[in-house]
Design a binder for this molecule. Sequence first.
Ligand code: ADP
Length: 495
Amino acid sequence: MYAPADGTDLWRLTLQHSPIGMALVGLDGQLLDVNRAFCDMLGHDPDTLTHRGFQELTHAEDLDADLELFGQAVAGEIDSYRLRKRYLHADGHVVWGDLSVALVRGPDGRPVHFISQILDITEQRRHEERLVEANALVEHERQTLEAIFDTVSVGLLLIGSDGRYERMNRRHREGMSAPFPDGHDGVAGQLGHVYFPDGKTLMSKEDMPSHRAVQGEEFDDYTYWVGDDPRTRLAYSTSARQVRGPAGERLGSALAYQEITDLMRAIQVQDEFVSSVSHELRTPLTSVLGYLELLCDHEGLPSEVTTQLRVVQRNALRLRTLLSDLLHVGQVGEDKLQLQCAPVDLAALVNEAVEATRPVAEKSGLTIEVETLDRPTAHVDAHRIRQVLDNLLSNAVKYGEAGGSVTVVLRDGAEAIELEVRDTGMGIAPEEVEHVFGRFFRGTEAQELHIPGTGLGLNIVGSIVAAHEGVVTVESEVGRGSTFRVALPRSCQAS
Ligand code: ADP
């Protein structure tokens, strides 16, 4: 083995036991001496390594760079260099080394050999490569999300927990000029040309979707109009969700704005159509019913003609009920549901409604009973509340099953008067429960079984209860029955 000129044991020991790979390299590139760490790194024993040139151990792609620097050092242009390069392990795999080379000169200043230190950085390189890959993946995801963010047809907005707008997509930015023609200062709750669905009432700060979201609310399908000019206004349906950090802390809110102008205009047209058709039909129908009444009372007609006239009369009366339901819905659409409130004995009203339903219930094989636990008087619109009772009772009978029962409960509750209509009928499918108060909604089973109806009854119930500032809810189980509960304030605010 080669020994340095002064041959001290101390030097050899240091070289051999260094935890970093070390080698003495001749001016021709041949390894003159190597330590254990370097042998371990490349999987060779010292004897195999010491008769090889570093060129043989270097990965072909890194050889030129190493030779270039090595040549400069031999030529005396540089005294040392550092290079990250790949070595070839005995078994063929690549080992990454961080190489530092220094030229050793003899006492006369002439180059004698090189001393090289090689730190195994394979693991570190692997981590770096993984990091580069991960960064590329993150960047790709970011670009994809960015592209989606900007191309979706929904306006998206992210608001910080302090109410400041943090990000919005192109769609949202473009949509802001209609409600805020003079610009927006980037803080939630700014007032603008934003109207409730009636198209007349301007929204206050508390009603603005962005403000509600910043207050921590989550909602779906919050609809309103934006824009000053009623002819060019746009309608939006907005949803909001809270954005939370890993520990559940609130970071802000995300809002999605869907433009639904065509849908809202179609609903308006439908309302206007329903309203005008029902108005137009009512007058001739009133005349038909008047003449039918006269005819039915006519004594000179053969009895079979009278029987047939009664059928016509029954159907004409059904038509009138249907028309008045349609008119009611039209009025609610135009925000014109007027209440005429006066003190009403609700127990008497309930009893009247139940007695009117009893014959139909009995014909369907149902028992009907009333539990008037209290005898409250309320300041309500008796005609409208009777309509609520009639609709709930007729549904309880219509969707009831022979042998079952219908129960009406009237309670003077702590907060409000409670009215309950309970049946033991077919019940409502869980996915349909939230829709039953919708206009023209009919349950799948009701349609499949051809149970007659228009899908307006519960909508009318909902609008009357809402006009009294009450609340109607439903609880139902398929095959076991439904319970509709109305909480009615003791005194309605309307005149
Ligand atoms: P209609 O009875 O004319 O269909 P409603 O507005 O009164 O319209 O009711 C809407 C839907 O709600 C019905 O089609 C039916 O599916 C469901 N429903 C209402 N009341 C009941 C009830 N008591 N039991 C079961 N389903 C009901």
